[in-house]
Design a protein. Structure first.
Length: 237
């Protein structure tokens, strides 16, 4: 089975560490554009069947945004500078209860392992990021629960890899990830995740390796400009 993965993750802009409204710098309809409220950025990297390729597309969009306004810093997460920000994932498959439940089990487990829980709580209080939140689209599904996972290429790649493997597991191999998780802690479940899989495409192997690396980290700092994590640096004055 082949299907595509897309996304429209959001970022908060700062200049010299202070929040600035995105509409002062970016246009609505652009690959590095605006969210509906014009105060935060939204990236539109397109779509791909490969988690690796989609991560590379995001790299190009981030480089484009930096080239346009190298004075800006960008922040990801769940709730930054009083704005809820998300990382919606687009899948060109038909929604089923089993698929939505499994995506929610796997990706919320990943959120439990990496996200700032205070930020996540604040975002959920605004009505965004609720469990099992999705919309039917002409192409398939927009899964809306995740926050903005743009902190680094690793967090992006692992997110796409988990989404692809979960979708394949449900649609191709009849796996039920909610049942497989059971009462396991999120980190234990994800450490064992590859053991449950039947179908593992080559373009998912790097993401699985990165998952193990990120689970071994003691803490993740969300209060930092994401650009250096992507290898994008300001020129020295």
């Amino acid at each position: 089975m082949s299907f595509t993965i897309g996304c429209d993750p959001e970022l908060v802009c700062r200049r010299n560490g202070q929040f600035v409204h995105a509409h002062h710098y970016f246009k609505q309809n652009s690959s590095f554009g605006l969210d509906g409220n014009n105060s935060i950025c939204e990236l539109r990297p397109g779509y791909s069947e490969s988690p690796l390729d989609l991560t590379a597309k995001i790299q190009l969009v981030l480089e484009y945004g930096h080239d346009k306004h190298p004075e800006l810093e960008f922040y990801s997460g769940q709730y930054v500078d009083d704005y809820p920000i998300g990382g919606h994932i687009h899948l060109s498959v038909s929604p089923t209860d089993k698929l939505i439940d499994s995506l929610d089990t796997v990706l919320y487990s990943f959120s439990n392992c990496i996200d700032d829980k205070d930020q996540r709580y604040k975002r959920e209080r605004t009505g965004y990021g609720k469990r099992k939140s999705y919309r039917r689209k002409s192409y398939g599904i927009e899964y809306r629960t995740p926050g903005s996972w743009l902190l680094s290429p690793t967090t992006a790649l692992v997110t796409f890899t988990l989404a692809k493997l979960t979708t394949l597991g449900v649609t191709e191999d009849n796996l039920d990830f909610t049942e497989l998780k059971g009462r396991q802690h999120s980190s234990t479940f994800l450490r064992n995740f590859s053991d449950y899989l039947v179908t593992v495409p080559n373009d998912c192997k790097e993401g699985l390796a990165e998952l193990n690396l990120i689970l071994s980290m003691k803490s993740i700092n969300w209060n930092e400009d994401i650009l250096p994590n992507w290898g994008i640096f300001k020129e020295a004055a």
